[in-house]
Design a protein around this ligand. Structure first.
Ligand code: SF4
Length: 381
């Protein structure tokens, strides 16, 4: 397929859904014992809701929306750290748009901007570096956020800044890594997953080898999936075929973009600039060993955490937030006590309502409120 419309072809989608139904029936799955598949990536969650993929599937398969949206898993304390840096008079704090609205314990970056802080939205870390060139008397800080997908662009920007000898540029590094996170999910006693849709964009950088342990040690299959509706359906079909045939492998449906060996240039830049943190705190998931990276000593001059001594406070989410349970797939977004009431995209209490890739925002935006109420009524009847 060459054009985007072909990846959204309804006739082909119906054929795949029929095939998925057939496999589920062959496995003896029904709605009382649904197969549980986690889509790790927030981009998949967005596609699933936007194109109504979940609504096309039989009730004997359940999609669990995983922790693959980096904005959604950012803990409140790190937002507070961002605000603390942005409040310094000498700082121009730069960030992607989604991150501006994530609530901190005092305020979001957007509120900090409204209060007079110099917070600017950029489209790439290179835009932030350009600001540093233009404003040599100010300190330009870029909020480095995201999985392995965005990690290389921040690393390459640090290397560029070093080459140019730019001294007023640094990154507040909150990059996270997917593999320890999947391991933490697999170790969680709350979950009983049957397989994974693997993150396509992350896999474009890291390839498929880092996931091998999932099949080998946890005996769960994974299919690395693309982001169009037919990608999702075909990947689900591939997963079900594996389960039905008693196989357990890492397969790649997204080979047109994600090469098996990953991207060597990107991986090299990442290895050069970052090292693993011993622990990193995730919203709703707690601390996960080796799940985040920090700037290496050799590039300490570009590390905002060293330059500005951030408070690094650990702040618990408000007690009404159930983001952690949604992230682990223990409850659906509409089952959160505040979903669609106190927590909406306009007034998000939790991060899953902020980013368009967050399960709660996607559910809210694409008719999930009505569906949630219908499902609640049906289960109460
Ligand atoms: S509705 Fe709001 S508080 Fe509840 S899980 Fe979703 S984002 Fe978190």
């Amino acid at each position: 397929m060459r054009y985007v419309d072909e990846f959204r072809d309804r006739v082909k989608a119906d054929v795949l859904v029929k095939e998925i139904e057939r496999l589920l029936a062959h496995m003896g799955r029904d709605q009382d014992r649904p197969l549980q598949i986690m889509e790790v990536c927030g981009g998949h969650t967005h596609t699933i809701f936007r194109y109504g993929v979940e609504g096309m599937l039989p009730k004997s398969i359940e999609l669990v929306h995983g922790p693959g949206c980096p904005v959604c898993v950012l803990p409140m304390g790190r937002v507070d750290d961002c605000v603390a840096i942005a409040e310094r008079a000498e700082v121009i704090f730069t960030t992607f748009g989604d991150a501006m609205r994530v609530p901190g314990s005092r305020k979001s970056l957007l509120q900090a901007k409204a209060d007079g802080c110099d917070v600017r939205m950029v489209y790439s870390p290179m835009d932030a570096l350009a600001l540093a060139r233009k404003n040599p008397t100010r300190e330009v800080v870029f909020f480095g956020i995201g999985f392995e997908t965005t990690m290389p662009s921040t690393a390459l920007t640090v290397l560029q800044a070093e080459r140019e000898g730019i001294k007023n540029f640094s990154i507040f590094c909150n990059h996270i890594t997917i593999v320890p996170t999947i391991k933490a999910i697999l170790d969680s006693p709350d979950l009983r997953l049957d397989g994974f849709l693997g993150p396509g964009h992350v896999s474009m950088v890291i390839g498929d080898a880092p996931y091998e342990f999932i099949a080998r040690y946890y005996k769960k299959p994974m299919v690395i999936a693309g982001f169009e509706p037919l990608d999702i359906l075909q990947s689900l079909w591939m997963l079900l075929k594996q389960i039905d045939e008693g196989r357990c492998e890492i397969e790649n449906q997204y080979a047109r973009v994600a090469p098996a060996g990953g991207n060597a240039v990107a991986l090299q830049a990442v290895a050069q600039v970052y090292e693993l943190r011993e622990f990193f705190e995730w919203r709703g998931l707690g601390s996960i060993d080796h799940s985040g990276v920090k700037v290496r000593e050799a590039y300490a001059g570009f590390d905002a955490e060293r330059r500005f001594a951030v408070p690094n406070a650990r702040i618990a989410d408000p007690s009404s937030c159930q983001c952690g349970e949604v992230l682990k797939g223990v409850i659906k977004p509409w089952q959160c006590k505040v979903f669609g009431r106190a927590c909406t995209p306009e007034t998000p209490l939790g991060a899953l309502m902020v980013s368009s890739e967050g399960a709660c925002a996607a559910y809210y935006q694409y008719g999930g409120i009505k569906r949630g109420r219908d499902e609640a009524k049906a289960s109460a009847a």
